[in-house]
Design a protein around this ligand. Structure first.
Ligand code: ADP
Ligand code: ZN
Ligand code: ZN
Length: 738
């Protein structure tokens, strides 16, 4: 490297391409390998980018280049293979590399701050505390539990881990500290290793099907292959993961485990911690930026052996990666829906391929994409068709609600079943994917309806807070007693949400304990956890909930699960609607009858003859998936074709459209007649948050051809004149059209 070298830098900016700079003052040059952060002049300010390469030539004349202001890191944060993966993602998803790399960094590092050390604050026992005997505390079980947990961790226990094990226990700690039994301390990352071996739980003996799956994957541990672990809820997939993880870490390699946003529950964490003899590096939105960054460094430096996180953990540098697991691989939260739009599930497969390590995709309801890959033999299909521990799968039935009078969305048949279950002391789960009191309010006198001023959507009534609330843009309005149009006082809520359902059921079953779980009742931190705990303790017999209740949690005493309305799903605007509906039904069904009690699932519908619904109920998810895939093949839809969606939005409707028109002609000029164009058309909800939205769909039978067109076309879009009046984005393999 000489003074005449140039720094090629990925700068976070909505511009395609990388930027060259003059190397900084000579003293720093030695330490500059690709992967360090650098501060560079950009536009009128400075930005924090990442050095990609030191090169001897630049296309830009020397005189026009600016100089790197500062090098921020002594050692690279990304290795070459990390940068190569990010470059691959940027190319595939047609997103500017600088932004892709920036997204892969922990938040503080993006802003140019100094890396945090991985020490964390926590608690340890004092000598007096160590001598305390359990009997002393038999009247203070919480203090005892906390004391026990800390005693199990000789080097001290970090606050996060303590809260995971004993829930939020600040008050208890204060009391113990006053007695002089515990004291605050700093925890070294290695302390956790020794700390957890003491409380380790033994693995159950795997059943033959679990063992077969483990054996199969174990044979392929040294190289890239994708396994679809297709196992019903409760079949023991998590045990299969844990067994594999133990083997991989025993070989001295690292493991990356991705779970959906809603899936990283304290229950799952406890299970992982108690079983694995190594510290977990956690990455999810419930942690502070500093905590997440500490975990990131631990993984990057090879100290963190198991990374457990949501979508964004996918890009964590892991020098000794030996296995990637994606749990609930069908879950939509693996797809980032704004900014850098990527699928963490798909990128996990790419990462495994590039790093030559196996990838396990697990689900009770695999996505049709993965199912198709399994059926075609590209992925190995491993099935766990039975629940572990002998629990039986629930019966499923449809309730025909055509020409039936519903009360708050409940048919008389369902009402009767509810009563029966409650009378016999069982738990019942009611699923309704609509929060609030009612999805719309109308005026009986003049026909006014509660529409949002900024969206083509209705405002939902929230009775508790007396608000009309748009769930699309967040606008809120006080609920006035009189019609804003005619002044009449005959305002009527129409349809139901979970809030209303709760009200009606309370009137019907005044004796029953009712828990409602949706975003409104769980806004406060920790409130979801305490509700779930109370449900497990049997405090409630009626559980009402949205999506939140359908995923991940175990309710062993639920004997009846009812889905109040599936019809929205059956006829949604999106061709994926049926797939999502089927996944939801099976996920809800997975909540029922997990232990000794056999469960039952009932589904209210006005379309009891819908063929896919029938197949699902009578023959199960695999049969449904096969039938749905046939339909997709017939219609040449993904996964039998490949799509990209160009979205645009603007304050004026014609501007959004004009940009797409120009974009379309530009694509046509490039002339690949094997790529089809649909649109431009207005988005299903054309106006949202005051902006008009439209899109253009591209589709091709061949992924390579679509990619080729996109990579030539998308970078030119920012040069279109009409681009200045719109916000636009490209979405490769879109999951939702909205
Ligand atoms: P999944 O991840 O497929 O939903 P889990 O791994 O959570 O399934 O297992 C469901 C339940 O069955 C858990 O309570 C788990 O402890 C138990 N279990 C799993 N495998 C076994 C086994 N081989 N023997 C006994 N119990 C098991
Ligand atoms: Zn009116
Ligand atoms: Zn709105």
């Amino acid at each position: 490297m000489s003074d005449s070298s140039f720094f090629r830098v990925a700068v976070p900016a909505p511009l395609y391409g990388v930027f060259d700079y003059l190397a900084p003052g000579e003293t720093q040059l030695e330490t500059c390998s690709p992967g360090v952060r650098v501060v560079v002049p950009f536009g009128r300010g400075e930005r924090c980018g990442v050095l990609l390469a030191v090169v001897e030539e630049s296309d830009v004349p020397r005189s026009r280049l600016k100089r790197v202001v500062r090098v921020l890191d002594e050692a690279p944060l990304f290795q070459q293979e990390d940068l190569a993966l990010l470059r691959w993602a940027a190319q595939y998803y047609l997103h500017p590399l600088g932004e892709v790399i920036s997204t892969a960094l922990p938040v503080r590092l993006r802003k140019g701050e100094r890396p945090v050390t991985s020490k964390r604050s926590g608690w340890r026992l004092t000598t007096e505390g160590d001598a305390v005997r359990s009997e002393t505390l038999h009247r203070a079980p919480r203090q005892l539990a906390v004391l026990h947990a800390i005693r199990e961790a000789p080097g001290g226990l970090s606050r996060e881990e303590l809260y995971e094990q004993c829930d939020e226990c600040r008050d208890v700690l204060r009391r113990l500290e006053k007695k002089g039994w515990v004291e605050p301390c700093e925890i070294e990352p290695v302390a956790e290793v020794s700390g957890f071996s003491a409380t380790r739980n033994m693995a159950p003996e795997l059943n033959p099907m679990q063992q077969a799956a483990v054996d199969e994957i174990q044979r392929g541990l040294s190289h890239f292959a994708v396994y679809l672990l297709d196992g019903v809820t409760g079949s023991g997939k998590t045990e299969v993961y844990l067994s594999l993880i133990e083997q991989v870490i025993a070989q001295g390699l690292q493991v990356l485990v991705l779970v959906p946003e809603i899936g990283l529950t304290p229950q799952l964490l406890r299970r992982f911690r108690r079983r694995l003899a190594v510290p977990l590096s956690l990455m999810h939105s419930g942690l502070s930026d500093t905590q997440r960054e500490a975990a990131w460094h631990e993984a990057r430096l090879g100290r963190g052996r198991v990374v457990l996180g949501t979508r964004s953990a996918l890009y964590t540098p892991m020098p000794e990666l030996g296995l990637i697991i994606v749990d609930e691989e069908h879950d939509l939260s693996f797809k980032q829906q704004d900014g850098f739009r990527y699928s963490a599930r798909d990128m996990a497969v790419i990462r495994g391929q590039r790093g030559n390590c196996p990838v396990v995709l697990g689900s009770a309801t695999p996505s049709l994409e993965s199912m198709n890959n399994a059926l075609s033999g590209r992925y190995q299909h491993l099935k766990l068709p039975l629940r572990a521990g002998g629990a039986q799968s629930p019966d499923m039935d449809l309730i025909d609600v055509r020409s039936v009078r519903l009360e708050a969305g409940l048919s008389p048949t369902l009402m009767r079943m509810l009563k029966e279950q409650l009378d016999s002391g069982n738990q019942v789960l009611l699923f309704l994917n609509r929060r609030g009191y009612a999805p719309v309010v109308t005026c009986h006198d003049c026909g006014w309806i509660s529409v949002c001023r900024r969206c083509d959507a209705r405002m939902t009534l929230h009775m508790g807070s007396q608000l009309l609330w748009c769930h699309h843009c967040g606008s809120q309005r006080r609920l006035e007693p009189k019609c804003p149009e005619c002044g009449g006082d005959q305002l009527k809520p129409m349809g139901q949400g979970t809030e209303r359902l709760e009200e009606v059921l309370r009137a019907h079953f005044p004796e029953a304990g009712i828990a409602r779980i949706d975003r409104d009742t769980t806004r406060r931190k920790g409130s979801l956890e305490s509700l779930l705990g109370e449900i497990r303790e049997g405090k409630y017999s009626l559980l009402i909930g949205t999506q939140m209740l359908a995923k991940g949690h175990h309710f062993p005493n639920v004997t009846l699960a009812a889905i109040l309305d599936v019809d929205q799903g059956l006829f949604g605007a999106d061709y994926r609607a049926a797939e999502r509906m089927a996944q939801l039904i099976i996920q809800v069904a997975g909540r029922a009858g997990r232990a000794e009690k056999r469960g039952r699932v009932v589904i209210q519908t006005r379309h009891p003859d819908h063929p896919l619904l029938h197949t699902l109920i009578r023959e199960g998810y695999d049969a449904f998936a096969t039938a749905a895939l046939d339909e997709r093949r017939e219609a040449e839809l993904p996964p039998f074709s490949y799509q990209a969606l160009l979205r645009s939005e603007a304050t004026k409707a014609d501007a959004a459209q004009r940009f797409l028109d120009e974009a379309l002609s530009l694509a046509r000029e490039q002339g690949d007649n094997k790529v089809e164009y649909w649109g431009p058309v207005p988005a299903p909800m054309e106006r949202r948050a005051g902006r008009y939205r439209a899109h253009l769909l591209l589709q091709a039978a061949d992924r390579g051809r679509l990619q080729k067109l996109l990579s030539a076309w998308v970078p030119r879009l920012q040069g279109l004149k009409s681009a200045r009046q719109v916000r636009w984005s490209i979405d490769v393999d879109p999951q939702e059209v909205f």
